[in-house]
Design a protein around this ligand. Structure first.
Ligand SMILES: *Cc1c(COP(=O)(O)O)cnc(C)c1O
Length: 379
């Protein structure tokens, strides 16, 4: 049986990936020298594609690291000397602040969303006061652990209030859906095994001129290092030559380049519209108003974990499942649809549903049908 993965990462591979992997082998891409022209062409084309698809201005650098966690570490090392500020909405935000603590930063946290606030109505970045000394503000735009997504306008407004700090944004599970105005941000990153439907092992990091300048300033301090072979200054300097310092994930670059070209053919507007249509299908199934507050007493399968509609994730709906999520996960798996479990300790409380470009509108219709069929078994 052909499986469709609704897991949030690694996820369903983009439909053209199998063909591109075959091509990579038949055209000897895997044996290319990373110091040769062949790889430089792939690198150049990947940067060009990312810039075009995501509308990244020429002023911003596009570089590559191995994973999103690596991007968190590089950004924290190179964009703060001492003080970082973290807006936490779930486990990925906590991972980032943990990385900052491991790097011995002075780390402050503001918890915008957690289990206890899941039902509160007044959640907003308006209430945040960032200390003067915070050099770097770290924000997870879409926390995949809970399906909580911060509207970009709120982030831009906060940035305008604190123009001295650098702002870094994790969009791992919302790219390429999320439509960013890069002039409002200093670092934006995503790894490719989520919304791009690719094998893991590559992360795109987009940097403002201010970010690069600060990184160079810190790198030149006598008693401070922003890192070695993957420090931001090295990544940028090698990138200018369309090269990497180490022997890179050449297949990852090649596949990203190919998939971006496929996406450009469809058009980002269309991809974003489809994403919204699928999210609408999922949320309207789980948000039928007639169930009211007492949904636990009814025959319904579950409700969105996030209760504030403006923060519902479009790309990764997380649903609280009445009586535990194992039953629906098994039921769907028997039909070839692989759902994500809840994150960490909420494994059996939630399902997480990837809504990336690789999950088609028609597959998502099948998924809704499976939910309907499962609900009938509850009656
Ligand atoms: C998956 C994920 C990460 C971690 O990505 P890696 O590539 O595994 O390092 C970070 N942030 C968010 C929001 C994620 O969903």
């Amino acid at each position: 049986m052909k499986k469709i993965f609704y897991t949030v990462g690694p996820s369903q591979i983009y439909p053209t990936v199998a063909r591109h992997i075959k091509n990579a082998i038949s055209t000897d891409v895997l044996s290319l020298s990373h110091r040769g022209e062949g790889f430089s062409e792939i690198y150049k084309s990947t940067v060009k594609g990312v810039r075009k698809l995501l509308n990244v201005p020429e002023s911003h650098e596009i570089v590559f690291v191995g994973s999103a966690l690596e991007a968190m570490e590089r950004v924290t090392q190179a964009m703060s000397h001492n003080n970082t500020y973290h807006i936490i909405t779930g486990n990925f935000g906590k991972i980032w602040s943990g990385i900052a603590k491991d790097l011995k930063k002075n780390t402050q946290e503001f918890t915008l969303f957690e289990k206890d606030t899941a039902k509160m109505s007044d959640i907003s970045l308006k209430n945040i006061k960032i200390p003067e000394e915070s050099e770097l503000v770290c924000i997870t735009q879409n926390d995949t652990s809970v399906g909580f997504s911060i509207p970009l306008e709120q982030i831009y407004t906060l940035r305008k209030k604190y123009p001295k700090s650098l702002f870094a944004l994790d969009v791992v599970s919302s790219a390429p859906y999320v439509d960013i105005e890069y002039k409002n941000l200093d670092a934006v990153f995503f790894s490719v095994q989520k919304g791009f439907g690719l094998p893991p092992g590559l992360c795109v990091l987009i940097l403002s001129p201010k970010a690069v300048k600060y990184a160079r300033k810190l790198q030149n301090l006598p008693n401070y290092s922003t890192g070695s072979y993957h420090s931001i200054p090295k990544l940028v300097d090698n990138g200018a030559k369309f090269q990497t310092t180490e022997t890179p994930n050449i297949l990852g670059f090649y596949l990203l380049d190919c998939v971006i070209k496929d996406m450009l053919k469809i058009g980002i507007k269309r991809i974003r519209q489809d994403t919204e249509e699928k999210a609408q299908m999922i949320y309207s199934f789980f948000s039928r108003p007639e169930r009211g507050e007492n949904y636990r007493d009814t025959q319904y399968l579950g409700v969105p974990y996030v209760k504030q509609s403006e923060y519902l994730s479009v790309t990764d709906p997380v649903i609280e499942i009445k009586g535990g999520s194992e039953g629906i996960r098994k039921f769907a798996a028997e039909k070839g649809l692989i759902l994500g479990a809840g994150y960490g300790e909420r494994k059996n409380e939630h399902i997480r549903i990837a809504n990336f470009p690789a999950q088609s509108v028609s597959d998502t219709k099948k998924l809704i049908k499976v939910f309907e069929d499962y609900e009938k078994t509850l009656k």
